[in-house]
Design a protein around this ligand. Structure first.
Ligand code: 4NP
Length: 153
């Protein structure tokens, strides 16, 4: 079984979105993969996903209502096969906190790992408006499609 952890800053917008869509697609494809998400920061720990993110996801048919935010833990490096960062800051933080070359080798940038883009950050909609939230749903869907392709190989 493969275990994948999506990592953003607050764990209330981008990584819960990627996790939610990935969980749906993995179930639909009957893949033996588990997914989770967390934030490098703990400011929103215990909270649900941002209501704007929940609404934009729901409009596209994705349910994020069960999400609860949590912060990255040291054991995540052992508990997951891949730690996929949504942007370069998240990746830098993951790499800073890794305690061995092996742990470092299992961190990557989400859109790059999924093969849909060169090293590109997944934009943070938190500071934006409704259109920004809607736009990242489509991007997450494309990223997850790439992730499923990679996992099926
Ligand atoms: P996320 O977005 O990292 O995609 O969950 C953010 C959530 C919260 C904050 C920033 C980004 N914040 O500054 O609280």
């Amino acid at each position: 079984m493969q275990r994948i952890l999506f990592v953003c800053l607050g764990n209330i917008c981008r990584s819960p979105l990627a996790e939610g869509i990935a969980r749906e697609r993995i179930a639909a494809c009957c893949l033996d993969v588990t997914v989770a998400s967390c934030g490098t920061a703990g400011w929103h720990a215990g909270e649900g996903a941002d209501p704007r993110m929940v609404a934009a996801a729901r409009a596209a048919g994705h349910d994020l209502s069960a999400h609860r935010a949590r912060q990255l833990r040291a054991c995540d490096y052992d508990d997951f096969d891949w730690l996929l960062a949504m942007d370069h800051d998240n990746l830098a933080e993951l790499r800073k906190l890794a305690s061995s070359p092996a742990q470092l080798a299992h961190t990557a940038l989400f859109l790059e790992w999924t093969g849909i883009a060169p090293p590109t950050a997944f934009p943070d909609p938190w500071y934006g408006g409704e259109a920004d939230f809607a736009a990242v749903v489509g991007l997450a869907e494309r990223g997850v499609a790439g992730l499923i392709q990679r996992l099926q190989k």
